[in-house]
Write a protein that binds this ligand. Structure first.
Ligand code: XCC
Ligand code: SF4
Length: 662
């Protein structure tokens, strides 16, 4: 990896160069100018009260430093981390709450633009929630499901609905250590309370509540959001799309949906293909309407409709600098406010759409679920009206890569045996035999402080070479997609021979795009299903599986890292450690968490070391499970798994299916 580059994506790099030439500033320049404060970066700055901010520094800070109130460094560091978890959990979960409200409004008929698209998924979820569904009207079931999910937010005691989806043994660990989440809002509020001045000061005690909060995110907010999105818009199945800046079209209206929420974007997808709006676009001189995405809203509509993505977080300013975006809608999360100012240098209209989020300099067109179609039409028209204002200015880039996305839990299960024998047996067997060495969830943001997307690319490639199957989400997926890594051909060319064999047999790429960041919850349920399948670990902990977020920047990533750790995954994050200032906290999050939950959260800036650590964890887990020792290059000539594919072929012809989720 070239350390001098700002982005590992060559077209991004080209646009960055163009910006430099035109003296337009980007996050890459600001990252260079604005060095992170070393005290805050390491977790040693406390600003929870106004006797401070207290900066706990010095040679023996860990033993001696104290805030005005007498708080020790380990307290301050732990508190800061717990606050990050709380914020991240709040973000995902507030998004989930809105999804639940939309489901409710759809079920009662108040939000007439939304319907239950995936009844099968609705029934599956109702089954898990123990809601009667047979013989009842779909909307009645949907209403009960929505109400049941809404209980998760305000519940005071007991436990979240989805705790029971975790393997028994995993649940037992949570009980033993007191981290079974009760209500989502309650855990977040309690985290804020405990970390305010003068409350909880014991680092382990603080972090333990941090884990409970994080679990409310993973098995609550994120999982609820993924499931409702599937119910409303369909459970993803493999779909072709494209990625990178070349998705913008010179002769069509380019409308980009950026942010995280799928609801408005779904309606925009629909509206943008309507004949009268296409006619309207033509009346303005465009050949049509080209819809694209960015960040996680992109992932949502890419997974379900094959809408192309312009990439992840660090591509948002660069996209505008192509000069080709006529309008960009933004809802919540990971939207750089810089784009509003930047857009003024071009013709691009930035449209904020959420009740919760405004940016100075942007146009606000507020979305509410009761008038979704109206709002969507207004936005598409704004984009069309802006098309004639396009100038020649901008760094026009044309390269793009094909990709396959859409790997839901349900589809991964289905592809391993078809509708009647769907299971995780083949994957478990392949891991047990050592064809697949292990699995890595490669997730999280891309970051201008490193050659952006470069760490994702490096790790994705090295992992599959080492026969490790990669499950990617969020901007990790965008990083892989804009590199051309999300195609089945990738397996042929780059995966280790064992992994390649399995991919060919089952018919999947070696890097599976599972969706948006909230869809990290799919990794949890997949791991739970693999535990239930047998032959590996009986719980999530102890699986030859690791989570990696090499370029993380968001608090949401910390929440995800912690719910992975509490669920039993060793997790490795890149960049400087936000708990570096305290050895005690670092030890708690690695050694102590590993003893208790078989999970951990490490911070390691060096990507090569991340790789080594991940493989070590995987090999150690294999050893502890007494699985066949992984030997590189051992497989490849055999075709033992081929009968799986053959079996599926036979089934396919025997019974024409409509795919999963239909
Ligand atoms: Fe945001 Fe989900 Fe990070 Fe990307 S990966 S920068 S959080 S968009 Ni979640
Ligand atoms: Fe300083 Fe204590 Fe206030 Fe934190 S809570 S800012 S350490 S006085």
């Amino acid at each position: 990896m070239d350390k001098l580059l700002k982005s590992a994506n060559t077209s991004a790099e080209q646009i960055i160069k163009w910006a430099e030439e035109h003296k337009i500033e980007t996050c890459f320049d600001r990252a260079e100018k604005l060095k992170p404060c070393p005290i805050g970066e390491s977790g040693a700055c406390c600003r929870v009260c106004h006797m401070g901010p207290c900066r706990l520094i010095g040679k023996n800070a860990e033993e001696e430093a104290m805030g005005v109130c007498g708080a020790h460094l380990s307290t301050v560091v732990a508190r800061n981390l717990v606050r990050m978890i709380a914020a991240g959990t709040a973000a995902h979960s507030d998004h989930a709450r809105d999804m639940a409200m939309t489901l409710l409004a759809a079920a009662t008929g108040e939000a007439k633009d939304f319907k239950i698209k995936d009844v099968k998924k609705l029934y599956r979820v109702a089954g898990i929630l123990e809601i009667e569904f047979e013989g009842r009207p779909v909307n009645d079931v949907a209403k009960d499901v929505a109400l049941k999910f809404l209980e998760d937010f305000g519940r005071q005691t007991g436990e979240l609905n989805y705790v029971k989806r975790a393997p028994k043994k995993t649940q037992e660990r949570w009980k033993k250590w007191g981290i079974t989440p009760r209500g989502i809002d309650r855990e977040v509020v309690e985290a804020m309370h405990r970390t305010s001045i003068g409350v909880d000061h014991e680092p382990d005690h603080l972090l333990t509540h941090g884990l409970r909060t994080a679990l409310a995110d993973g098995w609550g907010g994120c999982m609820v959001s993924s499931d409702i999105t599937d119910i409303l818009f369909g459970t993803p199945k493999p779909i072709k799309a494209e990625a990178s800046f070349g998705i913008f079209k010179e002769d069509e209206v380019n409308l980009i949906v950026h942010g995280h929420e799928p609801t408005l974007a779904e309606i925009i997808v629909d509206v943008a293909s309507s004949a009268d709006l296409i006619e309207y676009a033509k009346s303005k001189g465009a050949k049509g309407i080209n819809l694209g995405g960015m960040c996680c809203t992109a992932n949502e509509v890419l997974m379900r409709h094959g809408i192309p993505t312009a990439g992840g977080f660090t591509n948002q300013e660069l996209g505008i600098m192509t000069g080709l975006i006529d309008a960009m809608t933004v809802d919540v999360q990971c939207i750089m406010p810089a784009i509003a100012e930047l857009s003024k240098k071009f013709h691009t209209k930035i449209i904020t759409t959420s009740k919760k989020a405004m940016i100075q300099g942007a146009v606000h067109v507020e979305y509410d679920e009761h008038h979704a179609r109206e709002t969507a039409e207004k936005i598409v028209r704004m984009a069309i009206d802006n098309y004639p204002n396009r100038t020649k200015k901008g760094s026009h880039i044309t390269d793009k890569f094909p990709l396959i996305a859409g790997f839901s839990h349900e589809y991964i299960e289905y592809m391993q045996g078809g509708r009647w024998r769907a299971s995780f047996r083949p994957l478990n067997d392949a891991i047990m035999a050592g064809r697949i060495r292990g699995a890595v969830g490669l997730a999280g943001c891309d970051n201008p402080r490193v050659p952006s997307t470069g760490l994702h690319r490096f790790l994705a490639m090295e992992l599959i070479r080492n026969d490790v199957i990669v499950l990617s989400t969020g901007c990790g997926s965008a990083a892989c997609g804009t590199a051309g890594y999300l195609t089945p051909e990738m397996a042929l060319e780059n995966a280790g021979p064992g992994l390649r064999e399995v991919c060919e047999a089952i018919g999947i790429p070696p890097i599976l795009h599972l969706g948006a960041c909230v869809d990290n919850s799919r990794i949890l349920t997949i791991a739970a299903a693999m535990a239930a399948e047998g032959g590996l670990s009986e719980e999530i902990g102890g699986m030859p599986a690791v989570g990696i977020a090499p370029e993380w920047m968001s608090e949401k990533a910390i929440a995800i890292g912690c719910y992975f750790a509490a669920s039993g995954f060793p997790v490795i994050f890149g960049g400087e450690s936000p708990v570096k200032a305290s050895k005690e906290v670092t030890k708690l999050m690695t050694e102590t968490w590993f003893e208790r939950f078989k999970g951990a959260l490490h911070f390691e800036a060096d990507p090569e070391k991340i790789l080594v650590l991940a493989l070590e964890y995987i090999d150690k887990a294999r050893e502890a499970l007494k699985l066949r020792k992984y030997v590189p290059g051992q497989f490849g000539a055999e075709r033992v798994l081929m009968d799986m594919a053959a079996r599926r072929e036979i089934e396919k012809t025997a019974r024409a299916h409509s795919g999963v989720g239909g």
